[in-house]
Design a protein around this ligand. Structure first.
Ligand code: IPE
Ligand code: IPE
Ligand code: MG
Length: 260
């Protein structure tokens, strides 16, 4: 039977033609989460406005996506705008909202062709409706894909997610749809924004800052943390692969202990 070998277009290569390192499947992270940080500093170093740093970050995101496809990561979740980022100047917030909408609009066909399922995670609340509409459109368009799930966290906060889950659970308890005695960690997960999102294996942050900044608090309980000094606009797939190599060497214990 003829195999459909041309199901997907070729993955665009890195400009150097570099290939991913061979990592044995048992040491590969299934879910990589990235805090895309350092855009402002990158721009400042060049005497440019902060927004120029955000613009330059679009190509880094594509690098992360193609790098993930090449090496075989199944879930990639990126922090694009936090519930705390509303504290920034109105000009920067406005820029980021418009920019997020445009990037999704510009890139969704490309993501779809490569078999990528695009998802949004975050709180609806203050999020611009036009941004939410674009994200929902991308979700619908790519719903059938299963090669890689790319979750865009826009107006996302880990505490907000847990608070929203608790609100929904309390509502269900009140309506007698949920028995408080039956609440388990598994049930709580069903009330999160993306119940099907698996636990984070590799939590990666660029720019040298060593904090979570409220990203995926529940899902990252046992994630391996890798902090890299590169600023997000300078990030490319080689950094992702380097982080995966660091991850592959870590010993994950999950609280268990090996006998001596
Ligand atoms: C990350 O870069 C992008 C967003 C938070 C939206 P920053 O804008 O935080 O860049 P730095 O940390 O100021 O350098
Ligand atoms: C986290 O970065 C949010 C995103 C990358 C979208 P921030 O730059 O906002 O985090 P802090 O302020 O350094 O903690
Ligand atoms: Mg920052």
């Amino acid at each position: 039977m003829a195999r459909n070998i041309n199901k997907y277009p070729k993955i665009p290569k890195h400009k150097t033609g570099v290939k991913p390192p061979g990592i044995s499947s048992q040491f590969m992270p299934n879910h990589v989460a990235i805090v895309m940080d350092g855009n402002g500093r990158w721009a400042k170093e060049r005497g440019l406005p902060r927004t120029a740093g955000h613009e330059a970050g679009e190509l880094s995101l594509l690098e992360a996506v193609y790098g993930a496809l090449e090496i075989g990561v199944k879930y990639l979740t990126v922090y694009a705008f936090s519930t705390e980022n509303w504290k920034r100047s109105p000009q920067e917030v406005k820029f980021l909202m418009n920019f997020n909408r445009e990037v999704i609009h510009r890139r969704v066909d490309e993501m779809d062709e490569h078999g990528i399922k695009v998802r949004w995670s975050g709180r609806q609340g203050k999020l611009w409706k036009s941004v939410l509409d674009e994200l929902k459109k991308a979700e619908r368009k790519t719903a059938k894909n299963d090669r890689l799930t790319l979750t865009m966290c826009v107006n996302y906060g880990g505490r907000a997610e847990i608070a929203d889950a608790i609100t929904d659970m309390a509502r269900d308890v009140k309506a007698r749809k949920l028995n408080p005695e039956s609440i388990t960690e598994k049930k709580i997960q069903k009330y999160l924004y993306e119940p099907k999102m698996p636990d984070v294996d590799l939590f990666l942050r660029t720019s040298g800052e060593q904090r979570t900044s409220n990203f995926l608090l529940w899902q990252s309980a046992y994630a391996e943390m890798v902090f890299m000094d590169v600023l997000w606009p300078d990030f490319d797939r080689r950094h992702l692969w380097q982080a995966i190599e660091i991850y592959a060497k870590r010993e994950r214990r999950f609280g268990d202990a090996k006998p001596n």
